[in-house]
Design a protein around this ligand. Structure first.
Ligand code: ARG
Length: 577
């Protein structure tokens, strides 16, 4: 159910009926203020301007032509030509009933599914995942889940950095450590430490550095022994990543890994093709593209190096190859990149080049969904106390530990195992929600106390709202019966209306890749529920059975919507907390 879409169709027909030309947007939106109805049609003003007629009179005409008898109880023209729609409580009640009875909350899958590539997480495998990867991983996963729920075909692509000169050094180090240790898993137990050791070795020991460089050449040349070590390294590094994904409740697995190295064979082919098409030129031994489409202030074209003098390829080259693969092989018509804002220029260059070379048609949407940096409470990029990068795994452990302490304190009766399981959901949920609920494009301040609070727009608050409804059912000793839903009180109607706007929130997130819109929706829904519960008691004496059944069903619909919304954000709920 999508009220906005339904009203848009109705408004469109009415506007056509009164002679408004095609293409004027009816501009239907939820009412901004109480007292102005539930929805508004705001298109009459623009239409009147175009037709050079009086907007109020035109709005009156539209009202006369609107076929909303079953849906609305009152239509009124306000101000310069706004049309306020007051929806019928009985109609809203019937819609909520349909939501409650449907496993998908009456949200039908889209009729024209997109094939969407979602490029996210994509860490470099040379090092352990750190907080710099958290935003891409969390935000990208929420979008992947949401688009999938809507019925789109979602292809997750984990474009991991598994190629480049550092791998020579890492493989040489691994080989040496394997000579004294029994397993690669042991040597690479702490990837970060391993990297530091290799780096130090490389800087201090000329012979080792020489070997490392030689291994880069051998790796590129396909030497079996070196490739074997590289595979081993990759496998263990990916395993570290997957452990983080599991802890984070992120849907990525091995099948989504399509690392930079996957495109190696295509790189020479790509360069040749770009040269043949005249998109790139040879310039002092390198292959370069000059993009007049992206001139700087002085009018100089943006320069993209496709192949270096010595023949080496670059980050952009691989991304171009990945682009062709995604369009031609995966059949994507929408490609979404969840990458740090600092890579905006890179993405813009790749997009421009891909279009210019004809690799991506206008039918395919290319989107870089950038985000800001994660900051500490001191307003500086988030670091350990000693100034190092914070490992993701350690951050998540801390989140679970802190949440478990909060949960145990609130519920001393919980067993240790229960508290830990709830703490896991709350801690991870808090970390994810605090990221998802902020406007993606801003830098974001990581603050333990704020994210773990049970009040305000936080993960724990929403999880707790869900849990509270479950406890109402436990106290009621019954699940809602299938009885008529009646929206008598204002709070009941307001809650019903909010419940029916879930699909609108999802559409907006899907279109703009802004998960905070869903967070805001869920937060408002939870708050609306609290006002409803206060004004419309369920368990008190004197509430007759039909009213109790109606209110229990509203509660049940709220709980299911909260759980579904949180699930799309990758956040788990719990019956107790
Ligand atoms: N590995 C890169 C990094 O850590 C991110 C890759 C993002 N995806 C892409 N197609 N470029 O910065």
């Amino acid at each position: 159910m999508n009220i906005r879409e339904l009203l848009t169709q109705k408004a469109q027909s009415a506007m056509t009926a009164v002679g408004i030309p095609e293409g004027v947007n009816p501009n239907v939106a939820p009412a901004k203020k109480a007292g102005f109805g539930d929805y508004q049609i705001n298109g009459a003003m623009a239409a009147a301007k175009q037709m050079k007629t009086n907007p109020r009179a035109l709005a009156e005409q539209i009202v006369g032509a609107l076929a909303l008898d079953d849906i609305a109880e009152k239509l009124e023209v306000a101000g310069p030509g706004f049309i306020n729609i007051h929806l019928k409580p009985e109609w809203l009640a019937a819609q909520v009933d349909a939501v409650l009875k449907d496993a998908r909350l009456a949200l039908a899958p889209v009729t024209k599914p997109d094939t969407v590539v979602v490029d996210y997480s994509s860490p470099n495998l040379a090092k352990e995942m750190h907080v710099g990867h958290i935003r891409s991983t969390i935000i990208g996963d929420a979008l992947a889940r949401l688009l999938e729920f809507q019925g789109h075909t979602v292809l997750r692509q984990n474009h991991v950095g598994d190629w480049g000169t550092q791998f020579g050094m890492l493989i040489a180090e691994l080989e040496e450590q394997l000579a004294t240790q029994d397993s690669a898993g042991f040597a690479l137990k702490d990837l970060e430490q391993f990297y530091q050791q290799a780096k130090k070795h490389f800087d201090d020991d000329e012979a080792f550095a020489h070997k490392a460089r030689d291994y880069v050449v051998k790796l590129q040349g396909g030497d079996a022994h070196i490739l074997g070590l590289w595979e081993k390294f990759k496998d263990i590094s990916l395993q570290h990543g997957e452990d983080n994904y599991r802890t984070l409740n992120v849907t990525l697995n091995r099948s989504h890994v399509m690392g930079e190295s996957s495109y190696n064979d295509d790189l020479p082919v790509l360069v040749k093709d770009l040269l043949a098409r005249g998109i790139a030129v040879e310039d002092q031994g390198a292959v370069v593209a000059f993009l007049d489409e992206m001139k700087d202030k002085e009018g100089n074209p943006s320069v993209v190096i496709i192949q270096k003098q010595g023949g080496g390829y670059l980050y952009a080259t691989t991304d171009l190859a990945a682009m062709r693969y995604r369009v031609n092989h995966l059949g994507a018509n929408r490609i979404m990149y969840f990458i740090d804002a600092r890579q905006s220029l890179h993405m813009q260059q790749v997009f421009t080049l891909s279009r210019k070379a004809g690799y991506v048609s206008d039918q395919v949407s290319l989107e870089h969904h950038a985000f800001g940096t994660m900051m500490g409470t001191d307003g500086k990029p988030f670091k350990t106390r000693s100034g190092g990068t914070v490992k993701l795994a350690e951050l998540l452990d801390e989140a679970i530990e802190r949440a478990t302490a909060v949960v145990s304190e609130k519920n001393p009766e919980l067993s240790q195992a229960e508290a830990k399981e709830i703490g896991r959901k709350v801690g991870i949920g808090a970390v994810k929600y605090s990221d998802l609920s902020k406007t993606r494009t801003n830098d974001y301040i990581f603050n333990w106390d704020a994210m773990l609070a049970f009040e305000g727009n936080t993960g724990p608050y929403l999880q707790y709202a869900y849990t509270r409804i479950q406890s109402i059912f436990r106290k009621a000793g019954e699940l809602p019966a299938d009885a008529p839903i009646v929206l008598a009180a204002d709070q009941e109607k307001a809650l019903a209306l909010r419940l029916l706007q879930f699909g609108e929130a999802l559409n907006q997130v899907a279109a703009e890749a802004l998960p905070h819109v869903l967070c805001t929706y869920l937060y408002e829904l939870a708050s609306q529920f609290m006002s409803f519960y206060e004004a419309c008691p369920i368990l008190k004496d004197g509430i007759d059975a039909p009213m109790r059944a109606s209110r229990l069903q509203l509660s049940q619909t709220t709980a299911r919507t909260l759980a579904q919304g949180l699930e799309l954000l990758g956040i788990e709920v719990s019956d107790k907390m």
